[in-house]
Structure formats: C-alpha cells, structure tokens
Design a protein around this ligand. Sequence first.
Ligand SMILES: Nc1ncnc2c1ncn2[C@@H]1O[C@H](COP(=O)(O)OP(=O)(O)O)[C@@H](O)[C@H]1O
Ligand SMILES: O=c1ccn([C@@H]2O[C@H](COP(=O)(O)O)[C@@H](O)[C@H]2O)c(=O)[nH]1
Length: 286
Amino acid sequence: MKGRFNASSLPDYNSEYLHHHFSTSPSTSADKLDSRNFTLSGDSKDDYNEKNTLSRLQSLKVNFNQKKKEPFIIGVAGGSASGKTTVCSEIEQSLSNKRVCVISQDSFYRSLEEEEKVLAQNQSYDFDHPGRFYHAFDYDVFESTLRKLKEGDDVEIPVYCFKTHSRLTTTEKIAGADVIIVEGILIFFTKHIRDLMDMKIFVDTDSDVRLARRIRRDIQERGRDLDGVLTQYEKFVKNSFDDYIMPTKKYADMIIPRGGANKVAIDLLVEHIKSKLISINRNANY
Ligand SMILES: Nc1ncnc2c1ncn2[C@@H]1O[C@H](COP(=O)(O)OP(=O)(O)O)[C@@H](O)[C@H]1O
Ligand SMILES: O=c1ccn([C@@H]2O[C@H](COP(=O)(O)O)[C@@H](O)[C@H]2O)c(=O)[nH]1
C-alpha cells in the first residue's frame, strides 16, 4: 500500500515510543510500519531498505522532540478588586522568568455598541453577569485564545479600555510561555474553560475592603465618580459576586485570604508552583 508517512498521520506517540519500537531492530521497524498500514512515500513495500527507514525514523524522532510544550495554566479568580492582578504579578515576579505571562479576562470584554455605552454611562449595563443575555464578555474569543495557548500557539490578546468601554485597535502578542496565569472574576464559572486550567486559585478578600479599593481604583484609573461606582456596585457588582463568583470558590485548589498582602500564602503558592513545574519537567530556569 502506498501512502505518505508523516508525523501527522501517526497517533500522538512520543519520542520514547518511537525509540523503543523503531530504533532497536530494523526488522521490528518494518513490521510495525507494515502492521499499521504505513509505507514510506515513494517506496514500494519490496524495495525500501532498512538503512533508509532508520534515517527517516531518526528525523521523525527529532520532529517529535521539537513538539511544542503545553504551558502550565494557572487560573486566579475572585471578586472585583480582591487583589487578583496583584497576586498574579507577585507570582510572576517570584518565578523570575521571562517565559511567564499574565492574561486577564477583562481583556475579553466586548466593545459596546453606542446604545450600550449610554447604558454603561448611566450604570445600567451589567458587566458582571456571566450569562450570554448581557454577553459583556466575548467568551468565544476568550475560550479559543486559552485553547490556542494550551496548545503552545502564539496569540494576540485584545486591549480593553474601561473609560470608553471599547477595545483598542492594538493587541498584545503572547508567544512561547511556559506558565500562563489567567485572572478574572468569572473564569471558573464555565466548566470547559475551568477544565483548561492546571491549577485554580481563589482570592478571598473581605467585601468592604474590595468596595473601598474599587472606589479608589475606578475613580483614579477608570474614569468614574463616587456616585457611579456605588450605584453600579449596588445594582450589579454585589449581586454577581454573591450569585456567580463566590459559588465558584469551591473549584479552587487553593484559597488566598486577603489577596496580595498575604505574603505567606503567596510564598507557599510559588513554592508549590515551582515544584509542580519541576515534576512536569519545566524546570529549565527555576
Ligand atoms: N494589599 C493591598 N493593599 C492596598 N491596596 C491594594 C492591595 N492589593 C491591591 N490593592 C489595590 O486595589 C486595587 C485592586 O487591586 P487588583 O489587584 O487590581 O484587584 P483585581 O485584579 O482583583 O481587580 C488596585 O488599585 C490595587 O492597587
Ligand atoms: O467597561 C467596563 C468593564 C468592566 N467593568 C467592571 O470591571 C470589573 C472586573 O474587573 P476587575 O479588574 O476584576 O475589578 C467588573 O466587576 C465590572 O463591573 C466596568 O466597570 N466597566
């Protein structure tokens, strides 16, 4: 039988498999190839010689060794202004490695239509609801981006502006990370997104503290006024936390009380991540 013999036509065998099954005995190699109905491209079954086969298998083995590594994905969830971003940058700095990157679910807020912007300016737009009725988040792009990252592909992350409720024309490229940290209020809400994460962390900060931090931050950085922040909080933010965010705490592998201020928890977490990375053989730079 004629056919093209290439890596993509093989099941996902690793290089140890190839080494074990194909490099020890040329006759075994031919048997294995034959038994799976493969012959080498351009060769008839009768005339392919063992030397040629072994050299092709050798190059195949090199290709398998160069297969992209899946990054280790850590999810960090918690209420708004709980300290998710702060915890992520502490982890990033402690791993002191260029191949760690942080992405935020906030980047995947949709650009609002003009009439939706009017609602947002009057604190009548719900940015905190997980459902598709409000579809504040672009879940499809968020999920497909995480899937691409999981496969080791490069991605372009949108840049969202909280002042205008729209995406900028620029994007941020993420390429070749060993560790991806994903943070956001609702990242544990959907099972198939949750399942992409290798480790899940919930930042658990008192609601008064969160509200105080949100007021300060939204006025200083997100172009809001006090009355607007409080109205939005009372209408949407608090309800979403109680109904949709807090219930996802049960999915966390680790809970960090008080957020970025909790140095003991962050140190323990970083040690755990390092040992995980070593155990899955990503220890090159740790
Ligand atoms: N331990 C802390 N002490 C004081 N302010 C903090 C602390 N942690 C975070 N903040 C501030 O609170 C705001 C929200 O923190 P951030 O980490 O961005 O939260 P999140 O990502 O959960 O919204 C930011 O302005 C940040 O500077
Ligand atoms: O245009 C927008 C988009 C989102 N928000 C609020 O942001 C928080 C989530 O961001 P954190 O950094 O986790 O606080 C969410 O509670 C939305 O209400 C907004 O106000 N305007």
